[in-house]
Every structure is written in C-alpha cells, then in structure tokens.
Write a protein that binds this ligand. Structure first.
Ligand SMILES: Nc1nc2c(c(=O)[nH]1)N[C@H]1C(S)=C(S)[C@@H](COP(=O)(O)O)O[C@H]1N2
Ligand SMILES: [Mo]
Length: 313
C-alpha cells in the first residue's frame, strides 16, 4: 500500500530550528529568573509537522494534561496529573527483544538524538466515548523496529509499561485496579504502519508524566487504551500477545479495538463521542459522530476480509 501524506498549508508547518537548543535556552532563562522552572522544556528537536485532524481545533493543553487515563496513578481522570509527581522518567531505556536479529537496550537520549522527531496532530478517541485532538511529538515505530530487524517469524509486537510501585500509587494501594505490568500489542503490519507513532512529547514539550513519560505508543485509528504509556519493553513475537483490557473483559474490549461507530460497547453506544474541552453551545448536543477508523481510512486495507463487528473487534 502506498502512503500518501496529506497536503498541509505551509502555515501549519513548524519551522525547523524553532526548538533548537530550546532546553539550553530555557535552562538559562530559568537560571536568570526570567521563567518559572519546567516551562516548556524539551529534549528533542522537531523537524517537521503534519496536521492529521483536518480543521478540527487542537484540544487545550490544560484538558490534555489534566483529564487522563493512567491507572498506575489512580482510576480518576484527575489522579494521573495529581499523583504522578514522584515518577522519574529519566534516565530511561527501552529493551527490544524476542524475534529480532538485533536485540537491544536503547537509552532515551540515544533515541531522541537518532530518530527524526515530527509533530503529528491526531484525533484520539477513548473507548469511553470521549475524544481530543492532540499535537504529539514523536517518531514512527517502524523506524525503531527496523533498527532491531524483525525476523520472518515475527508476526506481532508486544509492549510493556514500567512497574514502579514506589512511584506509582495505583500499583501500591490496597485496591489494585488492573494486573501489572500494563501490556498491549499490535499485529506487525499495524506496528509498521506510518501512522503508528512513538510519542516523546506533546505541544513541543517533553511528555508530562500523566501522559506517559517519557515515551508512549499512539495508534490514532484505535481506541485510546491501545496507546500504552511509559514503555520499557518491546518484544517481537509469533502469537497474538496479551492486551490488558482485552484480558480483563474480552467481551467488552477486543484485541484489535479499531475505532468503529458500528460496533457498540455492550454498555454504551460508540456511534458518537464527546470532544473534551470544546464549547458545546446552547442548541447543540455537544456530541459529534464517531468516524470509522477515527477518520484514518488509509488503514482499511490492513483489515480487508475481516469481520470488524463480530470477530475482530
Ligand atoms: N500504562 C498505561 N497506559 C495507558 C493507560 C493506562 O491506564 N496505563 N490508559 C489508556 C487509556 S484508556 C487511554 S484513553 C489513554 C489516555 O491517554 P492520555 O491520558 O494521554 O489522553 O492512555 C492509555 N494508555
Ligand atoms: Mo481510554
């Protein structure tokens, strides 16, 4: 399949160099007392920018960083932003193992300097029927997997979130909402698709802890829970790997979990969604139609001949 990047107006392209030495500049400015600390720091340089959410408004940063799902820090939407302050995403490394020619453990700094970081503005649709438009900074997962050289026998990719009960209150409390580590998986061709991103930032800044620091998965045509956060391990495997929510409730959450307005969740409709941070207006229901594949039709070919309602949901 040929991938056609959308044409975007030049006004939406982030000029090269805007983020150059930003951290150095910010550090200097903080030291000089010109800026509060932690204002807009980033450890990466953005080389290119693509808006892949059409003319839909980007969700305010305030909403994206305070309305989260990250059960390692609690099950409430505001828990991750409130209770992730002790989490330390640096130093960090990711292990890539399993059915690959080159097993590796790669440090975050090496990743950030060797991968071409782009901004991608994507819709994000949670299975709970709310959505956002998020400007991610990251690189294509395909570029990372190519470094490891998957063997011919590799058919799926398995992902694992870090386990740190000392820093993640949701992993140490009396009530454990999920089994840890949080795990997810993709078919290899889904993982290699150019839309599949490893995100290291949002709004041009390092990923906040609550959004999955320092590195998380973004698969914009799938429900949000496929976007596993704070990844420490990626394994190439032969058989379909476990997915935390699929194992927890297989009749409610499929392994594929492609956004699909025609396949309702057993307890609610998936036909429409609530866009977080959007003014509703008095006469509007405040809901918008959910799009097949969340509007990313270019992935349809990955699923030709598959029953996406009854079998491969
Ligand atoms: N490790 C881990 N990853 C996770 C989750 C989680 O609880 N733990 N929640 C998922 C869900 S349900 C969604 S909708 C998205 C939310 O991402 P956001 O908080 O950055 O919007 O993260 C996903 N990744
Ligand atoms: Mo979600």
């Amino acid at each position: 399949m040929v991938y056609h990047p959308p044409r975007i107006p030049s006004s939406e392209i982030t000029p090269k160099g805007v983020y150059l030495n930003r951290r150095t500049f910010v550090a200097g400015a903080v030291a000089a007392g010109l800026l509060p600390s932690a204002a807009g720091a980033s450890d990466f340089k953005v080389a290119d920018s693509r808006n892949m959410a059409g003319d839909e408004a980007v969700t305010p940063k305030e909403s994206v960083t305070t309305y989260n799902n990250f059960y390692e820090f609690g099950t409430g939407k505001e828990d991750p932003s409130r209770y992730s302050g002790s989490f330390n995403p640096r130093p960090w490394s990711i292990k890539i193992d399993g059915l690959v020619k080159n097993e590796m453990e790669i440090g975050l700094e090496d990743l950030l300097s060797s991968m071409p970081i782009e901004e991608r503005i994507y819709r994000m649709r949670c299975v709970e029927a709310w959505s956002m438009v998020i400007p991610w900074d990251g690189f294509q997962l395909s570029e990372l997997l190519k470094k490891a050289e998957p063997l011919g026998s590799a058919k799926y990719v398995a992902f694992e979130t870090v386990v740190r009960p000392d820093e993640m209150p949701g992993q140490s409390g009396v009530f454990q909402p999920l089994p840890w580590p949080y795990v997810e998986g993709l078919r290899l061709d889904e993982a290699m698709h150019p839309l599949t991103l490893m995100a290291v930032g949002i709004y041009g800044e390092d990923l906040p802890n609550q959004n999955g620091a320092p590195i998380r998965l973004v698969v914009p045509w799938k429900y949000g829970f496929k976007g596993i956060k704070s990844i420490t391990r990626i394994s190439l495997v032969e058989n379909e790997p476990p997915s935390t929510w699929n194992k927890a409730a297989p009749n409610e959450y499929g392994f594929y979990s492609n956004v699909n307005p025609n396949r309702d969740h057993p307890r609610w409709s998936q036909a429409t969604e609530r866009r977080i941070g959007e003014d509703k207006g008095f006469f509007s229901s405040g809901r918008r139609d959910t799009l097949m594949f969340n509007g990313y039709d270019e992935v349809a070919g990955l699923y030709s001949g598959m029953d996406l309602i009854n079998t491969y949901f």
